[in-house]
Design a protein around this ligand. Structure first.
Ligand SMILES: [Zn+2]
Length: 336
């Protein structure tokens, strides 16, 4: 894994510097501390390791792209590692790690990972800090062999909705199944639950997981009137789905996110055929043998695509500020 931006990322960052507002609220980034499992200690040097990624790592990895002087605030989401469900001590160490990071950075908020079998009491007991403002569910915790096919109710329990509704929290949902939002089961679940729990804000991560752009383009209209269904634009590397979402639901329910540390991989997610494909290093090497081009990291691809969407939709500076900062601030700090 290569966390160093190449000179071509930095060239792109100059364009981004004119585009990005002074304040950025990253609505979707991940931290993790696996040193509990691996026995390795963080040496506090801020050097990135696979065992641990904290806010300090984020800042040193992302600042070359986001600019040295921008005010950066984060929604720090614990990485939804399958081992969290298998090891209660690891889960509580991760919860403590999140609280520690929130204490270190008072400008940030965070989300805990929730599991399908948790009751409202289980979840309530884990919300031990006022700046835990969201719940992160993930398909890997669904009780089935192929979790990519899981229906949302298999990994997002109703108890999470009840707590989110009661405490005005967000729920970050990276849905799965091939057709994503165009899957009738996914769509009808989102419609019925967001109606039943109007104080919960459901964030459809990755522009409703529209790595295959058509899935959101052809279905987001069905969510136009669902005011508590929001979208984050993290890790999407092509503009069409974001353009359609901005056009259909408006900028006020959209937020930027990096999906760090995914933002630091070299490559790009592309729509292809009826689905999508993640281009990574081994593909890039082959492509570069055939055609001369300079590749970027996912974070650069994403920000350039978001920039394109904003240009095509004629967003004002004020709208861009909402997308990158104030929408997230209003969402995560409401009733704080
Ligand atoms: Zn993520």
């Amino acid at each position: 894994m290569d966390y160093e931006y190449n000179s071509h990322d930095l060239e792109a960052a100059k364009k981004l510097d004119d585009f990005l507002p002074d304040r950025i609220f990253d609505a979707h980034m991940h931290i993790h501390d696996n040193t509990y499992l691996t026995g390795n200690k963080d040496d506090g040097s801020g050097n990135s390791t696979h065992d641990r990624k904290d806010v300090n790592d984020y800042l040193s990895d992302m600042r070359p792209l986001l600019g040295a002087n921008r005010n950066i605030q984060l929604n720090t989401i614990i990485h939804p590692d399958r081992r969290l469900a298998e090891d209660a001590a690891f889960m509580s160490a991760s919860d403590k790690f999140l609280v520690g990071q929130l204490e270190l950075y008072p400008e940030n908020v965070g989300e805990i990972v929730i599991f399908p079998r948790e009751t409202t009491d289980d979840i309530r007991r884990r919300i031990v800090h006022p700046r835990i403002r969201g719940l992160k569910c993930y398909h890997v915790f669904a009780d089935r062999p192929t979790t990519w096919d899981a229906y949302i109710e298999e990994y997002l329990p109703e108890s999470a909705w009840e707590i989110a509704d009661e405490k005005n929290l967000a729920i970050t949902l990276h849905m799965v199944r091939d057709k994503a939002l165009a899957d009738p089961g996914n769509l009808s679940y989102i419609q019925s639950m967001s109606k039943r729990y109007p104080n919960a804000i459901l964030i459809l991560a990755h522009a409703a997981r529209s790595f295959a752009a058509w899935t959101a383009i052809e279905s987001v209209e069905a969510l136009r009137t669902y005011e508590n269904v929001w979208f984050d634009f993290s890790a999407i590397c092509e503009s069409p789905a974001m353009i359609q979402i901005l056009k259909t639901v408006g900028v006020s329910r959209c937020m930027w996110g990096s999906d760090y540390p995914v933002s630091c991989f070299s490559g790009k997610a592309i729509s292809i055929g009826d689905s999508f494909y993640w281009i990574y290093n081994k593909d890039l090497e082959r492509f570069k043998g055939a055609t001369k081009f300079n590749s970027w990291q996912v974070g650069t691809e994403n920000l350039m695509a978001v920039r394109q969407a904003c240009i095509i939709r004629d967003l004002s500076r004020n709208d861009i500020e909402k997308l990158f900062f104030s929408n997230a601030e209003n969402l995560f700090r409401r009733n704080l």
